[in-house]
Design a protein around this ligand. Structure first.
Ligand code: ATP
Length: 302
């Protein structure tokens, strides 16, 4: 990833304590302009805390955060003017229609959204802006939240779990909309605790655990490292030592079906499997827990 002179988002030694709980423990992060950056971590890792610090809804115990070179704590108005934000705990005015939310936020920004883009978002998300927010389903409320974050076309989008509660088709629509914005140079920073959200969208992923950044890497590297599980049914039982390869563990076998777990990439295992006539093959997508496990193992091995 090419480094620009000014990062889109940058944090330095960011620490946040809630009483005796250290929610963020010295976060150093740099997101380049035009990147789609996935901020991944299990519940309680500190993702929302980071996002709230970036928007200056809370203050850090120590450290700094900047968006497009502006200090988030010293210049919060400028930072917010450059940022579209979707909170994790979206709150809407139940008695206001979608269109009234649009007008309200446009008023706060002092600028009407581009009518053609607003129409494009409304159509892509299949959203009825005439309905009151209180009458919307959970998924439709989330869609309205996404529209409100994107509509002003700001240079930075900060989205806390943007596709949570959306069905798979709408999730793909949201990812497409985000990719389109990134192609225009917009920086997208979003949090998630599911791998599938980041694999379709992100250029790089940062993994947060217990307030610390465990890794930052391209999404392909992350998936390549994760443990994969394969269930393969062969035409006949393969020899007992067929899969005694580095990084591969045979978990179980029943007649001609073998369950394999592979670490560090799936390629060598697939080639070994292909040495015998295969009848059926199933893979499980690695979960975030599987990915985190590979990092725990690495740390334990050091
Ligand atoms: P989730 O995926 O569940 O939203 P998260 O990664 O966004 O998790 P945070 O909400 O940032 O995590 O929480 C990080 C830690 O800080 C957790 O231990 C949480 O309990 C704690 N925490 C967050 N907000 C507060 C608060 N207002 N007061 C006290 N502790 C808090």
């Amino acid at each position: 990833m090419a480094q620009h002179a000014t990062a889109a988002i940058e944090t330095e030694g960011l620490i946040k304590d809630y009483g005796s709980i250290r929610a963020l423990d010295g976060l150093n992060l740099r997101v380049e302009p035009g990147e789609i950056f996935g901020f991944l971590g299990p519940n309680g890792a500190g993702k929302s805390t980071t996002i709230r610090l970036l928007l200056d809804f809370i203050r850090p115990t120590a450290g700094h955060a900047r968006i497009l070179g502006q200090d988030c704590q010293h210049h919060p108005e400028q930072v917010r003017a450059q940022t579209g934000y979707l909170p994790g705990d979206l709150r809407l005015y139940d008695n206001l229609r979608g269109r009234e939310h649009v007008a309200l936020l446009a008023g706060l920004r002092g600028r009407r959204p581009d009518a053609a883009y607003l129409r494009r978002l409304t159509e892509a998300l299949d959203l009825d802006l005439e309905r009151q927010a209180g009458a919307l389903s959970k998924g439709n409320r989330q869609k309205l939240g996404v529209l409100l974050a994107l509509m002003a076309r700001p240079p930075v989008l900060i989205l806390d779990e943007p596709t949570s509660g959306l069905d798979p088709i709408v999730q793909h629509t949201v990812w497409r909309l985000l990719r389109e914005e990134a192609e225009r140079g917009v920086t997208v920073f979003f949090s998630s605790h599911v791998i599938s959200e980041v694999e379709h969208t992100c250029s790089r992923v940062g993994i947060l655990r217990a307030g610390k950044l465990v890794a930052v890497e391209p999404v392909a590297a992350l998936l390549g490292r994760a443990l994969h599980r394969l269930e393969v049914t062969f035409a006949a039982p393969p020899p007992p030592s067929a899969f005694a390869l580095p990084g591969v563990r045979e978990l179980r076998r029943e007649h001609a079906t073998v369950w394999l777990e592979t670490a560090g990439g799936i390629d060598a295992t697939l080639k070994a499997v292909a040495g015998f006539p295969v009848v059926d093959l199933r893979t499980e997508q690695p979960s975030l827990e599987d990915v985190l496990l590979t990092y725990y193992r690495q740390e334990a091995a050091v």
